[in-house]
Design a protein around this ligand. Structure first.
Ligand code: HEC
Length: 235
């Protein structure tokens, strides 16, 4: 398991959003703030068999996509003073080992994301719960994935679900791009292949068009998507 730099959080200025994020929850000054100082590297020896949830590759993308979008809990908008785009700020509403006492966890699927926004899957929520139970650590993992698995069901669907669908998972989707099912994703990419590849490789000429804007996905996932495209979008 290699240690990599924490994802680079980009302050973005695009104000393309399709939901209202107005609400009033979460701020309670009396609430205890979890310990944010621990940084560990899981000792997985480069295999995928570890049970350790990685903050950088599993948790941050979920908060960034489903909560930290422009107009909601990003650095510019910070609805209700809540910013969910980096570890320190996310930890303001998380209590290590106590998911049920962690505001930023207990609201998920109830008030947050707002009803008319894409919702996290049960698997996403379970991953966050497990991460909190494991101590809500700032685990930084290089992503290890099997790049021979690149069917839509085998890996691609989950990549979009975890990294993109907080914004592009409900029609019409942010910037009118909907990536919530096989057919729509395939037809969008087919029609916009170069633009799409630049976007996920963070080589777009405009910074705000690099996706996800909160930080480039690990190479392994990008490779899986590229193989999926180059092999004719296997189901
Ligand atoms: C937090 C919200 C958010 C997430 C998460 C997100 N996007 Fe986007 N996406 C946007 C916004 C906003 C734009 C419009 C940006 C602009 O026009 O400057 C956009 C635009 C795009 C574009 C068009 C880029 C262009 O050159 O016009 C593509 C392609 C795209 N997103 C794909 C993705 C993919 C793939 C993912 C996941 C890997 C993803 N997005 C994750 C908000 C998001």
């Amino acid at each position: 398991m290699k240690i990599i730099n924490p994802p680079f959080v980009i302050i973005f200025t695009a104000f393309v959003f399709f939901v209202s994020c107005k609400h009033d929850i979460i701020n309670d000054p009396n609430d205890k703030i979890a310990d944010t100082t621990k940084v560990v590297t899981p000792s997985i020896g480069g295999t995928t068999s570890s049970d350790t949830v990685c903050f950088n590759t599993e948790i941050l993308p979920l908060f960034s996509s489903y909560c930290g979008s422009s107009g909601c809990h990003d650095l510019n908008s910070h609805e209700d003073g809540v910013v969910l785009t980096d570890y320190t700020r996310i930890m303001k509403g998380i209590r290590a080992k106590l998911p049920n006492n962690s505001k930023y966890f207990t609201v998920i699927g109830k008030d947050m994301p707002p009803k008319n926004s894409p919702q996290m899957s049960a698997a996403n929520i379970a991953t966050i719960k497990k991460w909190i139970e494991q101590g809500a650590l700032n685990t930084q993992c290089a992503n290890v994935c099997d790049t021979t698995v690149f069917t839509y069901i085998g890996s691609i669907k989950t990549i979009f679900e975890n990294n993109c669908n907080g914004c592009h998972g409900l029609r019409p989707g942010t910037a009118n791009i909907y990536l919530g099912d096989y057919a729509s994703t395939k037809s969008y990419i087919t029609a916009n292949k170069t633009l799409f590849l630049n976007s996920i490789n963070h080589t777009a000429t405009t910074l705000s068009k690099n996706m996800p804007q909160s930080g480039k996905m690990v190479q392994c996932k990008i490779t899986q998507i590229e193989k999926w495209i180059n092999n004719g979008y296997p189901q």
